[in-house]
Design a protein around this ligand. Structure first.
Ligand SMILES: [Fe+2]
Length: 302
């Protein structure tokens, strides 16, 4: 019997590759990307630079959009060590979004009983040597890979790899999506190499990390919520509030559907009441992209 890769029951039981046609449709060509970067709203850019020590522990520098034009910014990413995330593709690049949703529906149709109620996307342009640290998304994910090659490591969604306490903190926006990580997890990973034209999905909430394989990469990361994931996220939020008040809430994977639904309903009221203030404030930027600078990261200019 196959050991379940996650303790959160869902229609996706393991990481799996699906085909998609976004590359043939030309969405990852240099000219198209440069033009898109010229027009993409500046407030929807996240620019990160990750460094790792020998134990695989990550530190992060963040960049401002800066004033490079689209072609220059593309060159800085292609030559540097940057990870550029364009949020809200649904508003930032509606043409790509419409095509991606058509592909999503095909993937979804292969999982009986799976029904997304909301979808959102982020377009990721990343340097040949960029690596994304170990984290989880409180959602389902389909990663449409469009250009370059990347290696995706997917880990079991059990308490050892994905402690609920940390999930609560992420869902309640008390921290970013990073989880405690140790090199000992590596033996537990399902490892998949992605080529352009392939889309990868994995069990909802499963922790993962990504390494680019020496090429500039373009991927559209689409996340989605189902009613069960909504209920669970609500329950995790309610548990975060309870814990902040000294409570010791039980694990959500031991709750029945009505219990999860009740906690989701409670979370809506708690959010309205502002029970937990987000600790993700506007943080300081460390650099802005520059062609020819080390890692593609130049000094900030006023
Ligand atoms: Fe992710």
């Amino acid at each position: 019997m196959m050991k379940a890769r996650t303790r959160y029951a869902g229609p996706i039981t393991e990481a799996k590759v699906h085909p998609h046609s976004l590359v043939e449709q030309g969405f990852a060509d240099d000219a198209r990307l440069a033009d898109m970067l010229d027009h993409y709203p500046a407030e929807l850019f996240d620019i990160n630079l990750y460094d790792y020590d020998d134990e695989g522990q990550v530190s992060l520098r963040t960049g401002a959009r800066g004033r490079l034009n689209g072609g220059e910014l593309l060159a800085a990413i292609q030559q540097g060590r940057l990870w550029v995330n364009l949020r809200s593709v649904e508003t930032g690049w509606p043409e790509l979004w419409a095509a991606a949703m058509a592909e999503f529906r095909k993937v979804q149709a292969t999982y009986p009983g799976m029904r997304a109620v909301t979808n959102a996307g982020q377009l990721i342009l990343s340097s040949p040597k960029a690596r994304v640290p170990y984290h989880f998304d409180p959602a389902g994910v389909v990663l449409f890979h469009l250009r370059g090659r990347k290696r995706v490591f997917v880990y079991p969604g059990d308490e050892a790899h994905l402690p609920e306490r940390n999930m609560e903190q992420v869902v309640a926006r008390q921290t970013t999506e990073e989880l405690p990580y140790t090199l000992a997890f590596e033996g537990d990973a399902q490892v998949m190499d992605l080529e352009p034209g392939q889309a990868l999905t994995w069990p909802l909430y499963a922790p993962h990390r990504v390494e680019n394989l020496d090429r500039f990469c373009v991927s559209l990361s689409m996340d989605f919520q189902t009613w069960p994931s909504r209920f669970r996220n609500g329950a995790l939020y309610t548990n975060a509030v309870a814990r902040s008040r000294g409570g010791r809430p039980g694990f959500t994977d031991r709750m029945t559907s009505p219990e999860l639904a009740a906690r989701w309903a409670a979370s809506l009221a708690l959010k309205r009441a502002g029970a937990l203030k987000s600790r993700l404030s506007d943080f300081q930027r460390d650099f802005e992209p520059q062609v020819g600078a080390v890692d593609g990261a130049g000094a900030l200019r006023d």
